[in-house]
Design a protein. Structure first.
Length: 181
């Protein structure tokens, strides 16, 4: 009985996400790229819609990112490690930054991102701040929306857990906008 409950919860999450997607498509033309939690929430809905339309999230094997071993994050048959199509599409649509993290032991590694390091390269292979508010919220079973320091820069952000069909946290969705300096 427990697997059916988890499957029902997974399906309900998809239905809620679809409802958010409809609202997103209605209100997107009026949303600018300003730094607000509402805009972060819209960007999060877009990111989640794009990957969940590919299929259910899962871990299948391993693929290194920036030379660092990492579990391979999939949505359906689509591997996300070193695949920047979705995160770049989110950036092109609503601005800001987007990342998919995968859980590796106690760390969360950026496997697909358009967040840049100081040298202009993608910050793949880097890990989520192990002492930050976002990871504390995720470990507590929730999401985090608010300010965060990312590689020395201040962003208004959103982080939500990526859960497999059984409800296990296997990664993190992230979106954010660089704050005015």
């Amino acid at each position: 009985m427990m697997p059916n409950v988890k499957r029902t919860n997974f399906i309900l999450r998809w239905v809620v996400l679809a409802a958010h997607g409809i609202a997103f498509s209605i209100f997107l033309p009026t949303v600018g790229h300003a730094q607000s939690v509402d805009n972060v929430r819209y960007a999060m809905v877009l990111l989640k819609m794009k990957v969940l339309n590919l299929g259910a999230p899962a871990i299948k094997g391993e693929e290194a990112v920036a030379g660092k071993p990492a579990p391979a994050l999939y949505f359906g048959a689509n591997k996300m490690n070193n695949n920047f199509a979705v995160v770049d599409d989110v950036k092109n649509t609503v601005g800001g930054t987007a990342t998919l993290f995968v859980k590796s032991g106690e760390e969360f590694i950026r496997v697909a991102t358009n967040v840049q390091k100081d040298d202009g390269s993608r910050a793949i292979g880097t890990v989520l701040d192990p002492n930050g508010k976002a990871i504390a919220a995720i470990r507590g079973g929730g999401a985090y929306y608010g300010d965060a320091d990312i590689l020395g820069k201040s962003y208004i952000t959103g982080y939500e857990p990526i859960q497999d069909p059984l409800g296990r946290v296997i990664g993190i969705y992230y979106v954010g906008y660089l704050k005015a300096q």
